[in-house]
Each structure stands twice: as C-alpha cells, then as structure tokens.
Ligand binder design. Structure first.
Ligand code: HEC
Length: 398
C-alpha cells in the first residue's frame, strides 16, 4: 500500500477502536492487554492517569476542573518540555513530585504503572512539543570545569581556583548563560581575582603578603548555537570575544582583544557515560596594530589552537538520589606563528555532584595538573558552584 494511504487508514482504525472501546465496558487492563504486541499504549495510560490534571492536550486542566492551586506545567511548551530528560520525568511520575522538590499534588504512579508503561506515557508526552529544533535534555551532560558544552544553557556558574604553588592567585569567574530560541545561547563571563602583583612575583619587593589585591580579569562575551542534534549527539559552533579589561599587573588580563571561535560536541555513551569534545582557536583580530614587541617582552604566538576532551560517567545514590559524575578532562593547547611553541597539556580529574533534591544546583571539585612545563605552571585546585536557574530559584527544591 502506498504510504500516503497508510496514515488515514491507520487513523480511521484507531478512531474506530477508540469509539468501540469507549462504548463497550472493557476494563482498562483488558484493553491494554489487547494492544498490538503487548506494547503499552502511552496515550491511553496518559488519558487514564494524567489527563485529569495535565489535560488531554498537555496544557494543564482548566482551574475549575481541578481542586488544587499549584500551577501545572505546560507540556506543549518546547522551551520547558524539551530540556527535561525522560529519566527525570519518569522518576517524578514514579515517586511523586516531592522526590524532585515539586509539589505533592503530583502523585506517585510507581505502584500503578511499571517502567515500560511510564516510558510509553513519556513517549506520548513527547508528542506535545512538535518543534524538533529544541535539543533534548538528555544531551545536557554534566558540565566540566574547562570544556565548553555543546548544549545551550540557562545557568549561573561561579568558578574559583587557587594555585597550589608558585605565584599566589585566587581566581574567580562569574558566568551567566542564557538561551534564546531553540538552539542559541549567549553568555557573559566576569573574571576577577586576588593575586600578587608582578613586582612581588619577580622578587623586587619581597615584603610578605604586602602586595595582594583584588583585580578584574578579561570580560568575555560569547554566543553558541547547536547546529545538529539527535538523541545521542549534539554538535555546536560558538565564538567568544575577550575584552582587554583585565589587570595585567596582577596577571589577570592579557591586554588584547581576543576572539575565540570553537566547535563543541556532546555524546551520550552507554551505561550513563558521556563525552565532551571541544576545539578552537584564540587570536587577536587587531594583531598587526598591537603586535610591536616592548623591550624585554617575549614574542607571542599569532594564535593559539586548543583541544579539550572529557570522559565521564554519572552514578546515582539509591534509585532517586544525588547524582555523582566523575570526569577526567584533558586540555591541550599550542601556539602557532613565528617561534618554537610547544604544546601544553593538562589533566583535570574532577567530580560533579548535585546538591539539592531538584538537582539544579551543583558543585564540581577538581584539580588541574600540568603535564608539560610543570616547573613554570602551577597545579590548581578548582571548584564551581552551578545554578540551572530555569529549573527553579536557588533556594527551591532542596
Ligand atoms: C492530581 C493531579 C495530577 C495528576 C493525576 C498527575 N499530575 Fe503530574 N503534576 C501535577 C502538578 C500539580 C505538577 C506540578 C508540580 C510542581 O511544579 O511543583 C505536576 C508535575 C508533573 C511533572 C513535572 C514536570 C517538571 O516540572 O519537571 C511531570 C513529569 C508530571 N507531572 C507527569 C505526570 C504524569 C506522567 C502523570 C500521569 C501518569 C501525572 N503527572 C499525573 C499534578 C498531577
């Protein structure tokens, strides 16, 4: 049969089946057992268990039809629905709203529906958002300390780092990321830090602790867009502009306007594993005008290429508990241009953990270990605090 005819026929059959089963007093369980190949019928289960509150269309039942004041999510809103992974929704449906810090009006269906049935309900809920340009929340993999994710985010991230040896410095970065449209994100990063001044570093003024100060780093503005995605992989392009706002004396700025285009890939691996890859280049658009060497200054590369890879896996404590994501990050970079520039390598083992019940507030702790040029570069301890603000207030869902 040509495919053009198949759709209306199937729809007519489904409609007939629906009318007949609505007229005959067939018990729900018997109806389900008669479904082809015993596959649970997600739509029927949704109608039976969820539609009274969430509405047959997923927009939420009208207020006069329900006996509670808690607002219902709009399951047709792609901006909201696309970013929630099935696994999270199954947990909420199984164990009830409070398991993820939501209202206890959302009942627990763990007794009524088995995992296959809940998955079928999710598959039905997924039909409510019809715009597939929105990458799915499954692709929102745990965030590494350095590598830029391919997934567009709504987040605040505060990262702090402290050098283990050598020049004293405590660096901080406050990052704000905001999505717009289905695939885009803008971000602004404000680095600041406590550091010893250059004079202190070279030993010209060796007064103990006398020259520590707070300084601003190079502010960064970025744009990112997801180019391709399916349920396993997401691939993005982005670019960052680094403004020369930093305090160079304290080693907090590089003194030049820099542009950093990059490509990023996120890949889901079997067994709750995941991979991030990022590669890009950093260069100065106005290099010719500013590229004159000051006396004593070393020649700088024309550009820097970098590549980053992260391998990780997520573990959950108990069935619904905290998520732990150990990751190993490898950072490589190399100057290109006039001069012998060697590649630099770092290894960054780290552990991300969700802090609250809603799982939208997280911590990551790691250490950046230089593998090359280890005499000149310090080991650095790092920690970030992340708030996925779209999922709720900072103090919601604990
Ligand atoms: C008695 C009413 C009621 C029924 C029945 C109900 N829900 Fe809910 N559900 C709610 C309410 C209220 C919320 C909002 C909770 C909040 O935001 O604090 C909710 C939230 C949810 C969420 C969380 C969305 C998010 O914010 O991430 C999911 C998923 C969900 N429901 C799925 C289901 C499924 C699947 C069924 C049927 C198997 C179902 N619900 C049946 C009332 C209900």
């Amino acid at each position: 049969m040509p495919p053009a005819d198949a759709e209306p026929t199937r729809r007519t059959t489904a409609l007939l089946f629906f009318i007949v089963s609505a007229l005959l007093p067939i018990p729900q369980s018997l109806g389900a057992a008669q479904a082809p190949q015993d596959a649970p019928d997600g739509m029927a289960l949704y109608e039976a268990g969820c539609a009274s509150c969430h509405g047959s269309d997923g927009r939420g039942a009208p207020p006069d039809r329900i006996a509670f004041d808690d607002p219902l999510p709009d399951l047709t809103d792609c901006s909201f629905a696309s970013r929630e992974p099935d696994a999270d929704w199954i947990i909420v449906s199984k164990a009830g709203g409070p398991v993820r810090g939501f209202s206890d009006v959302m009942p627990a269906f763990g007794e009524a529906f088995d995992d296959d049935q809940l998955q079928a309900v999710m598959d039905h809920i997924r039909t409510f958002c019809t715009d597939h340009a929105w990458p799915r929340g499954e692709l929102n993999l745990p965030r590494p300390l350095f590598t830029e994710k391919a997934y567009p985010e709504d987040e605040w991230v505060w990262t702090a780092g402290v050098n283990a040896e050598g020049r004293g410095a405590v660096t901080n970065e406050l990052l704000y990321e905001k999505r717009f449209g289905s695939r885009n994100q803008i971000e602004i990063a404000l680095p600041f830090g406590f550091a010893e001044s250059a004079a202190m570093r070279t030993g010209r003024d060796a007064g103990p602790g006398s020259d520590w100060g707070l300084g601003l780093g190079d502010i960064e503005i970025g744009y990112k867009r997801a180019l391709l995605h399916n349920l396993q992989t997401i691939f993005s392009f982005g670019t960052e502009l680094k403004l020369p706002t930093g305090d160079e004396e304290r080693g907090l700025g590089e003194g030049d306007l820099k542009l950093e285009p990059f490509l990023a890939l996120g890949q889901i691996l079997p067994g709750d594993g995941f991979l991030h890859l990022q590669t890009g280049a950093e260069f100065q658009p106005s290099r010719d005008e500013v590229g004159i060497l000051a006396p004593g200054e070393e020649r700088e590369p024309d550009a820097e290429l970098f590549w980053r890879a992260v391998l990780g896996r997520t573990f959950t404590s108990g069935e619904f508990g905290r998520s732990w994501s150990p990751m190993v990050e490898v950072l490589g970079s190399r100057g290109v241009g006039d001069g012998p520039f060697a590649a630099e390598w770092d290894l960054v083992p780290q552990m991300q953990v969700t802090l609250n019940t809603r799982q939208h507030v997280m911590l990551n702790v790691g250490v950046r270990i230089p593998l090359t040029d280890a005499d000149a570069r310090s080991t650095q301890f790092l920690v970030y605090f992340l708030w996925d603000w779209f999922d709720g207030g900072l103090f919601d869902g604990w």
